[in-house]
Design a protein around this ligand. Structure first.
Ligand SMILES: [Zn+2]
Length: 345
């Protein structure tokens, strides 16, 4: 195939604490193929990087001929130091503190690799392929409520990195000063109040205190509860499960009120598994937004100051791309690689 007819190819990797996914992608056809592997945490970081690079080579062998490789993008659990590409005490990758992920991948592949936090690549996917594209906005802020709470910020089409790649860590904004202990060492972070882990911990505290009889029964029948079990109980009307979700919505609203007051962006996206229970979370969340953010109260859709905003006012919406956002964002990262934004020293 002549080079002028060559399709652009990218490789995207979604590195998680449980699984890692590697995909081949073209802008024309989307994901061509993907490989899912268990993340062998017990084997140590070099072995996991070997697994990632073997999968990348396999996909390149299948799809590179006749195509032009635009780059390899990786979304990794943070905290991540950029541009060094080094992890610092990542709670979801125990044993990876100080590991130079970027350098180790480039050494094995002998090709340049682009690395971002998993929340940043999810934000990029929502911006380019999801809600951002649908609403035609150039800036957004995304929170992902999963095992932890991730945050990615895109300003005028560019990922916001801050000075060291650690910009956008709203998951560790303090919500309740004396709240539950967070993995980062602080008390009452959003992550300790609104992640899937926080929901389960809240239920376990109630059960241990002899409260929440419905959840205690569910726990005795099913074993350790998950956030999905709690959502099911809440949907069936269990008052304690509903209150846990409402409390999560309040924590989310307090955090978003601060972000809206600071950033005044047109779009805030809430993703991750917990956001699937939007109807359980969002009433309490919107009450907090109205109460705690006068910017929101003035710019919500239909309010006086919303006129002229790109999507009809400040929008706070559940994510569109679901669980695929991380992998898609890693795949398109090379296509947006020149657009990262950081503070000049
Ligand atoms: Zn924290």
């Amino acid at each position: 195939m002549a080079l002028e007819n060559a399709q652009v190819l990218t490789i995207g990797i979604d590195l998680g604490g449980t699984n890692l996914r590697v995909a081949a992608y073209t802008p024309e056809h989307g994901v061509l193929n993907s490989i899912t592997l268990r993340t062998r945490l017990e084997a140590g970081p070099p072995a996991v990087v070997d697994d990632m690079c073997d999968a990348i080579r396999e996909l390149l062998h299948q799809y590179e001929e006749g195509r032009e490789l635009a780059g390899i993008g990786v979304g990794s659990p943070g905290p991540l130091e950029l541009p060094a590409g080094r992890l610092h005490h990542p709670p979801n990758l125990p044993g990876w503190d100080g590991f130079p992920l970027l350098e180790e991948m480039e050494k094995r592949l002998q090709r340049p690799v682009l690395l971002e936090s998993d929340a940043n690549v999810a934000a990029l996917a929502e911006y380019a392929l999801g809600l951002g594209k649908q609403l035609g906005v150039e800036s957004l802020c995304m929170l992902t409520l999963g095992t932890g709470v991730g945050n990615g910020i895109i300003l005028n089409g560019k990922l916001w990195h801050g000075a060291t790649g650690m910009g956008g860590e709203a998951g560790h904004m303090t919500i309740h000063p004396d709240g539950p202990l967070c993995g980062c060492g602080n008390n009452g972070c959003l992550e300790a109040c609104a992640s899937a882990t926080a929901l389960v911990n809240a239920a376990e505290r109630l059960i241990a205190a002899g409260k929440a009889p419905g959840l205690a029964l569910m726990n005795s029948e099913r074993g350790p509860l998950t956030a999905r079990d709690l959502a099911e109980a809440a949907q069936l009307g269990d008052a304690d499960a509903r209150e846990i979700y409402a409390e999560t919505g309040r924590a989310l609203g307090i955090c978003l009120a601060g972000l809206i007051n600071i950033l005044n962006l047109p779009l805030y996206v809430v993703g991750g598994g917990v956001a699937n229970s939007w109807d359980l979370l969002s009433p309490a969340m919107f009450r907090e937004l109205e109460r705690r953010s006068y910017v929101y109260a003035l710019t919500a859709p239909g309010r006086p100051a919303s006129k002229g905003m790109p999507c009809g006012g400040t929008q706070v919406l559940p994510a569109k791309l679901g669980a695929e956002a991380g992998l898609l964002g890693a795949c398109i990262l090379p296509l947006y690689s020149l657009q990262a934004s950081s503070v000049s020293a």
